[in-house]
Design a protein around this ligand. Structure first.
Ligand SMILES: *Cc1c(COP(=O)(O)O)cnc(C)c1O
Length: 416
């Protein structure tokens, strides 16, 4: 490097910087340069960090002090991740100052973080029968290995649930509406039982996006979101959140997350923050479109039942009507019992606009063959007689979706 490097026009001329070699500029020049203040845009900047710098040794020693205000390390928080955490707290808990949110790298990681934060060996957890399958698997396998006892309960039978509490029950898990079959649980009644037994109530609130159901107003202590779904909204990323109403509980969750070294990317956070700006609008459209499709299916002779919380056939519909302010884009339907699982697959394969795939909440419609009888070991009286399909409705033009479903129904007739 020549001495002209010392006169680099973009680098302010402090004495210190003027003494640097060009190679050193490459590393430190961008850190030493401060943009002119006053820039304001509509988006949240992406902060990327492993290392976080401290002013002094004294500041470094203070980093874990009680206030929790210090920036410590990339995994435990940046201005970007904190902005999203704050935004989720607002969405889930309104302006409750005590509420606090922890981000996780997926919705499933948010679910498992709740189990890991609130339960210890010797504790007992109650999990609903219609829970998201990976959550069931975590409770019945991983928790068991950790010495945590799990019982499954029917979310529609609270008399039996009351008898399932044990002296060591620490947590009752709720998912409402339930995965795949969409039964709506009476959260206030479940929360009352839990209070009597000194157990926490955690809800997987993903279906409502936290928009159509304000879990904390109905007795939850913890609300989980798979931000992958409506917050992201475009099927292009995964993230989750755990929001606690009480700051001591939130501290417990945060401590567990940081101990496990679970962290999220700032780039993904800004995509979620962007998705959230259109989330209410998307959900309102999706509610209308999905109801139109669900009602169309209800009128078809091939269909025995539509499992959608806003339709009277759905178990827990009255509770949905009482507690929810709307319905979202994912629901299931059951074919009449004389259709076989193979015919159901012919129907799903014949769909052109509906992709076959897991997850939901994005812009594209999806279909999935499902079999709750198998995973839930349902008794004969509660088992589904016909094969089921889960649909996610996207942002396509509604008549195009109906036409696609109709042509797939026609292909089904050719098989019978
Ligand atoms: C999708 C989903 C999850 C998991 O979210 P991922 O980000 O896909 O891990 C958890 N709970 C419910 C109810 C979900 O639908």
């Amino acid at each position: 490097m020549t001495t002209t490097d010392k006169c680099h026009p973009e680098i302010p001329k402090s004495n210190k910087i003027n003494d640097w070699h060009g190679d050193t500029y490459l590393v430190h020049g961008q850190l030493a340069w401060q943009p002119r203040p006053g820039f304001v845009s509509l988006s949240t900047p992406v902060h990327r960090a492993s290392t976080v710098l401290f002013d002094s040794c004294a500041a470094f020693y203070r980093r874990h002090d009680q206030t929790g205000e210090a920036w410590v390390y990339g995994t435990v928080g940046t201005p970007t991740t904190k902005t999203l955490e704050h935004q989720i707290s607002l969405s889930e808990a309104g302006h409750c100052e005590q509420a606090d949110t922890c981000l996780t790298p997926s919705g499933l990681a948010a679910v498992t973080l709740v189990y890991l934060s609130l339960l210890s060996a010797g504790d007992h957890v109650l999990v609903p029968n219609n829970v998201y399958d990976p959550s069931r698997f975590f409770a019945s396998s991983f928790c068991k290995r950790m010495g945590i006892e799990t019982s499954f309960y029917d979310p529609l039978d609270l008399a039996v649930l009351a008898e399932k509490f044990q002296s060591n029950t620490r947590l009752i898990w709720v998912e409402s509406p339930g995965s795949l079959t969409f039964e709506v649980a009476d959260l206030p009644a479940i929360a009352t039982l839990a209070r009597q037994q000194n157990a926490y109530v955690a809800i997987d609130n993903t279906w409502s996006g936290g928009i159509f159901f304000k879990a904390f107003q109905f007795g939850a202590d913890v609300s989980v979101q798979a931000l992958t779904k409506y917050h992201g909204g475009h099927g292009d990323l995964v993230m989750g959140s755990v929001t606690c109403l009480d700051s001591a509980l939130a501290q417990q969750v945060r401590h567990t997350r940081d101990t496990l070294g679970i962290a999220v990317s700032g780039d993904d956070c800004v995509l979620i923050l962007r998705g959230m700006q259109t989330m209410a609008l998307r959900l309102r459209y999706l509610e209308t479109a999905t109801l139109e499709v669900a009602r169309w299916l209800s009128g078809r002779s091939e269909v025995a039942r539509v499992l959608h919380p806003a339709l009277p056939d759905c178990l827990g519909h009255a509770v949905w009507k009482r507690d929810f302010s709307g319905s979202s884009s994912v629901f299931s339907f059951e074919f009449a019992p004389h259709y076989s699982a193979q015919q159901r697959d012919v129907f799903v394969d014949a769909l052109r606009l509906f992709g076959i795939g897991a997850s939901w909440g994005g812009t594209a419609s999806l279909a999935l063959p499902i079999n709750p009888n198998k995973t839930r070991m349902l008794t004969a009286s509660k088992a589904f007689a016909g094969p089921l399909v889960r649909l996610n409705i996207g942002l396509e033009h509604i008549p195009d979706l109906l036409a696609d479903l109709e042509q797939a129904m026609l292909s089904l007739q050719k098989t019978s």
